[in-house]
Design a protein. Structure first.
Length: 320
């Protein structure tokens, strides 16, 4: 139910649900994947909120209001850290979260965020950890490709020094820093280019095995709204050098299988892969029902999305 509805948000000729029962099922799926805020803001931006039932509008408004209070808190906490890095002359790039929602969904509250992810230069990781500790966060662990710090109230900060787990690609961080631009009035706080943001969002979805519609929506939304700024030639050249091209192809194959009309807007430069991903299977897994197809999809994303045999063999020792 939710995929045709999301398609209709971007293609006005496609119909919305027609019956109360369809809307009730849609709301259950929106809640299941925590998409109320994105859906609400997209309906408002497109001037189509009033096309939905009043009770449906009200539920979206209530959930969005709750999320707004939470995101306001997260925004304040993130700005506190960013201001500290700026004062200390330390480079940092916010990832996902508040800045992603603001930049690509048009409102800092348009996408719920649960923690604060920051990108820092690898050579400055220890200094970055020490800075965040001065704000009352306690260092927990350095794992894979990030350091994790947490406050007693549960608020978590992750400091990434690279954007992929080291054993699964040869990703280079220099292009991200070279093309980053200052964020708003800051000098040392940067933002990724749109191309690199899209690349990172794709890698992030792959790391989570595209196990939520949230990842599909993030990627498709960027293609619909800022697709002209995303060169697939540049993206695939970047991925080829980083040995992540098969992963990018897998993620985009999932997205384009669900949003086939994207091909007429931003055609893919490769054939869509069979990733064994489908919406019903993902929804059922979220509800605790896992089919044989679910395990085929999991096997594919754990072991068959790597560019080289070396990286594939490493995935056997430690799944992606």
């Amino acid at each position: 139910m939710i995929i045709p509805f999301l398609q209709a948000l971007y293609h006005l000729h496609m119909p919305f649900p027609r019956t109360e029962e369809e809307y009730r099922q849609l709301m259950e799926e929106i809640d299941l994947f925590v998409l109320s805020t994105q859906v609400y803001h997209l309906l408002k931006a497109g001037g189509r909120l009033e096309e939905t039932p009043v009770w449906f509008q009200q539920k979206l408004k209530e959930r969005t209001a709750q999320a707004s209070y939470h995101n306001m808190f997260m925004k304040h906490k993130e700005e506190e850290i960013l201001q500290l890095f700026e004062r200390q002359g330390r480079r940092v790039i916010p990832l996902k979260g508040i800045q992603f929602a603001k930049r690509y969904f048009g409102n800092f509250a348009a996408r719920v965020t649960s923690d604060i992810d920051l990108f820092v230069p690898a050579a400055e990781l220890q200094q970055a950890i020490a800075l965040v500790e001065t704000l009352g966060y306690e260092f927990e662990i350095i794992k894979d490709h990030h350091a994790r710090l947490q406050k007693k109230d549960g608020l978590m900060v992750e400091l990434h020094w690279t954007l992929d787990k080291l054993q699964w690609s040869e990703l280079r961080t220099e292009p991200f820093w070279n093309d980053a631009e200052p964020l708003e009035e800051f000098e040392y706080v940067k933002q990724l280019s749109t191309l690199h943001t899209f690349y990172f969002i794709c890698l992030h979805g792959a790391r989570h095995q595209m196990d939520s519609v949230r990842y599909v929506m993030d990627i498709s939304h960027m293609l619909y709204t800022v697709g002209d700024e995303i060169s697939f030639d540049a993206l695939m050249e970047l991925a080829r050098k980083d040995k992540t091209s098969r992963r990018i192809q897998a993620v985009l194959s999932v997205v384009y299988a669900q949003f086939p009309l994207l091909q007429s807007i931003r055609p893919l430069p490769f054939e869509i892969m069979d990733t064994h991903w489908d919406y019903e299977m993902i929804r059922n897994a979220k509800l605790g029902v896992k089919s044989n197809k679910y395990y085929r999809y999991k096997l594919f994303f754990r072991h068959f999305i790597f560019d080289t045999l070396k990286h594939q063999m490493k995935s056997v020792r430690k799944a992606y």
